[in-house]
Design a protein around this ligand. Structure first.
Ligand SMILES: [Zn+2]
Length: 167
């Protein structure tokens, strides 16, 4: 169960949950942990919706790292956002209603983070697509953790070498 999901620079809660969700796949090495993420939340039947949402969110966190934003991803997140509503909490402050499933919860967290500005710090590495939280003072981090990124690319290089020599 390898270097999956989280890393030393965990995002603050609850945004950390979005980061964990984004990192339920190792894009480079085609390792997929989404089924167990869904199973743990009683959402095994929502694989298609979850995959679509996850990859749309990845486009958004890549955009936080300077890559172009794709409108198809915006549309997917907008559709998901329709399942989330606003309400006042007991103190009269506006908040997202948190009575949907775990995927709705993730979307509510994304929207709340966009409003409070912390969303800009959730990024995906340009090199390995792993999601990381940028703690740098001027939000200038571009890569995920050096060690993990290097390992992921080494695994990829090893696999492609092996594939090449097998043909
Ligand atoms: Zn990386």
């Amino acid at each position: 169960m390898s270097p999956r999901y989280d890393d030393p620079n965990a995002a603050p809660e609850p945004l950390r949950q979005d980061k964990i969700f984004l990192n339920s796949v190792d894009v480079n090495n085609k390792e997929e942990w989404l089924p167990e993420w869904l199973r743990a939340r009683g959402l095994s039947r929502e694989r298609e919706r979850a995959t679509e949402l996850r990859e749309a969110l990845r486009v958004l966190v890549l955009a936080n790292n300077g890559l172009p934003l794709e409108q198809s991803a915006v549309e997917i997140v907008n559709r998901a956002a329709q399942r989330v509503s606003l309400r006042l909490d007991a103190d009269g402050h506006v908040d997202f209603a948190r009575d949907g499933d775990a995927l709705d919860e993730l979307v509510a967290t994304v929207l709340a983070a966009m409003l409070d500005g912390s969303w800009q710090r959730l990024k995906a590495c340009r090199n390995c697509y792993w999601s990381f939280y940028d703690y740098s003072p001027n939000r200038s981090a571009t890569w995920c953790s050096m060690q993990l990124c290097g390992n992921r690319n080494k695994t990829r290089a090893y696999r492609s070498r092996r594939k090449a020599s097998a043909t």
